[in-house]
Design a binder for this molecule. Structure first.
Ligand SMILES: NC(=O)c1ccc[n+]([C@@H]2O[C@H](COP(=O)([O-])OP(=O)(O)OC[C@H]3O[C@@H](n4cnc5c(N)ncnc54)[C@H](OP(=O)(O)O)[C@@H]3O)[C@@H](O)[C@H]2O)c1
Length: 339
């Protein structure tokens, strides 16, 4: 049975690792001492919006704050935020075994390249987590929305596929992960809007003004994708360009037409909101920043996404005193940025 390593025991890492362990896989978790002590006190509880409720007691958890704990692992899931990828990649290079397969379950489009650069002789694969996971405190991690994990198609992953399936998290093996990651990036453009709104995702997406902000950011990105020849994978029932238009319809119509998009736990929030709350650096440079980088490469501008980056920077700097943006105020600010 392949042993699994979690590099970055946080929302995604503990949820995926915990589900795999409950299903019988041996899992080693590497995380920060502060979270390890919470898990040592409370154990790990995994819940989801469909009624999953599983518990791993503290003594069942193989926890470490040292990357070297992953030396014997066969498959390592990298689940740190993008800002930590480079450091983690070098730490892994110093200790993991040559046959170990590394899978990035991170947002953004360049984490796999960053890992591969430090691990040139390892199999490094891109993965994608479509659903939201909330840290609820006391060692509880909650999946608040739907979706199937995707991962790059590769023979080295064959031994681990049954374990993900047994964990209730089947992996969809995909031949074109860049298309998946660019498609996910479009959806992740909402992370900054959700963080600025300071309200749960469901409440935010139920308000037309916030949805119009997301639509502006997505349309700007889509125009750049088209100019660059990037074809994002459709990850929602509607193609990306249609979704960007659907977002702008009145609330009553949106509730009728986009039930699946709103089918999420009322408490779910973006992990960027969690970062602002915790005073951590956000991933905005790996999300909106990619749209701006694409615009720069094409000699174009991305004023909507640049404005969102600036507002997140301001929020990072303001800490607990940050502005809680109403939908209409945020929309007016973005519209004037693009005027
Ligand atoms: N949460 C979600 O709902 C969700 C859903 C889909 C995709 N994603 C993506 O998945 C990735 C992970 O997100 P997340 O929300 O799971 O992040 P997270 O909760 O912040 O978890 C990452 C953990 O790894 C720790 N870490 C970083 N460097 C480390 C090191 N060298 N040694 C030990 N621990 C280290 C971090 O500690 P510090 O904070 O102290 O650095 C943090 O506790 C991101 O790319 C995110 O965008 C998240």
């Amino acid at each position: 049975m392949p042993s699994i390593g979690i590099m970055g025991a946080g929302s995604v890492g503990l949820y995926l690792g915990g589900c795999l362990q409950v299903a019988g896989a041996p899992v080693t978790y590497v995380g920060r001492p502060s979270l390890i002590s919470v898990l040592q006190q409370h154990g790990l509880r995994l819940t989801d919006y469909l009624g999953r409720d599983q518990f791993l007691p503290a003594q069942a958890l193989n926890l470490s704050s040292e990357v070297s704990a992953l030396a014997a692992c066969d498959v390592i899931l990298v689940t740190v935020k993008s800002a930590a990828t480079r450091e983690v990649a070098h730490a892994l290079a110093s200790c993991i075994k040559p046959q170990a397969v590394v899978v990035s379950f991170q947002n953004g489009v360049r984490n796999t390249d960053c890992l591969q650069a430090a691990l040139p002789n390892h199999t490094v694969l891109a993965g994608m987590v479509p659903f939201n996971i909330l840290q609820c405190g006391d060692g509880r991690f909650h999946q608040g929305s739907f979706g199937q994990l995707e991962v790059a198609e590769h023979a080295d992953l064959t031994p681990v596929l049954p374990h993900f399936a047994a964990a209730g998290l089947p992996l969809m093996c995909c031949p074109d992960m860049p298309a998946v990651l660019w498609g996910k990036l479009l959806l992740n453009l909402n992370n900054a809007i959700n963080a600025l709104s300071n309200i749960p995702l469901k409440a935010e997406l139920s308000q037309r003004a916030y949805r119009r902000c997301l639509s502006l950011a997505q349309r700007e990105a889509l125009a750049l994708y088209q100019a660059a020849g990037i074809q994002p994978k459709q990850l929602t029932p509607l193609p990306p360009a249609w979704l960007a238009r659907l977002l702008t319809v009145p609330d009553v119509l949106f509730r009728l037409l986009a039930q699946r998009m709103l089918a999420m736990d009322p408490l779910a929030r973006s992990s960027m909101w969690e970062d602002l709350e915790a005073g951590r650096r956000t991933e905005v440079d790996w999300i909106q920043g990619e749209v701006i980088a694409l615009a720069n490469r094409l000699g174009k501008a991305a004023p909507i996404n640049a404005c969102l980056v600036q507002l997140i920077r301001d929020a990072e700097a303001a800490g607990p005193q940050r502005i809680r943006w109403s939908g209409p105020d945020l929309l007016a600010t973005l519209q004037s940025a693009s005027a």
